[in-house]
Design a protein around this ligand. Structure first.
Ligand code: FPP
Length: 264
């Protein structure tokens, strides 16, 4: 494992990786990618230029994470609020960018044994976007390495509402609401009805561009995650920054509401 890891990394990343304990890497990393607009503004470029460069950062981060053996990486790419709070032209651009990215990226996913998944209300996305999403997911379905989950049209509160409705639907099929009333809805039941039922909770959540907010991202799943905020704007984020976040993570003592426990 370590040999293949080292061949995939550049010199800078290799040096940083050598400072890490490979046995204590996080299993699941979630990232709130932020700062594309500010990156563009600093360069007197239109906002969309930041999103374009943001795609490069997605590529580099996913490749590095896969190469060092992270099993699950989840990226917050498009929130339910993005529809309402951004100009229509920017939303349309992001939708086109997503399609271009998925079409061109399948070969990189396959080269790195990455399986693609999604969370969010994908049925509300434009049908041509849904088609490309499905195509890319199918094209990587046999890969057995890292699972890259893109949160698209995702919101944690919508996810919880969807989970509760899904619990009601299941109850209706399974003896009706009378039956549900007798059942205790516990944490495990809710977890099983979330979009992320197939994923472990993230050990580490990274947010770029210095903002100290969760922005309606994985609110249930991040209950015990370590939070790492970097001033780096998302388009500048790369494998080196990811490894720096991991180095910080390995210094943490995780508590899970109880006694001190070392990371991972
Ligand atoms: C925040 O930047 C980022 C986003 C709107 C979503 C992230 C999108 C990308 C990285 C590009 C497309 C991704 C994929 C997977 C194809 P912002 O515009 O909110 O930045 P600002 O806060 O500086 O304005």
């Amino acid at each position: 494992m370590r040999t293949s890891v080292i061949t995939g990394l550049n010199q800078n990343e290799r040096e940083l990786f050598a400072t890490l304990d490979p046995k204590r890497l996080p299993h699941h990393i979630a990232i709130i990618m932020d700062g594309n607009g500010r990156w563009a503004k600093k360069r007197h470029l239109p906002r969309v230029a930041g999103h374009k460069r943001g795609v490069e950062a997605v590529r580099g981060t996913a490749e590095t994470a896969a190469r060092i053996g992270i099993p699950w990486l989840t990226l917050y790419a498009f929130s339910v609020e993005n529809w309402k709070r951004r100009p229509k032209t920017e939303v349309a651009f992001l939708m086109r960018l997503l399609q271009t990215y998925l079409k061109s990226e399948v070969s990189t996913f396959n080269d790195n044994n990455i399986r693609l998944e999604y969370i969010g209300r994908r049925h509300e996305l434009p049908s041509e976007v849904q088609d490309v999403m499905q195509w890319a997911q199918d094209a990587t379905a046999k890969n057995t390495g890292m699972v890259l989950t893109l949160a698209l049209n995702y919101g944690a509160r919508s996810e919880l509402a969807d989970a509760f409705n899904s619990i009601l639907d299941a109850a209706a099929k399974n003896g009706g609401l009378e039956h549900l009333r007798k059942q205790l809805i516990d944490e495990e039941t809710i977890g099983k009805h979330l979009y992320t039922s197939h994923l472990p909770d993230p050990d580490l959540v990274i947010r770029t561009s210095g903002e100290m907010r969760l922005s309606n991202f994985l609110l249930w799943q991040l209950a015990y995650s370590e939070i790492y905020v970097t001033e780096t704007l998302w388009p500048d984020f790369d494998g080196k920054h990811l490894l720096e976040a991991l180095r910080d993570f390995q210094k943490r003592e995780r508590r899970f509401g109880g006694l001190t426990e070392h990371t991972a």
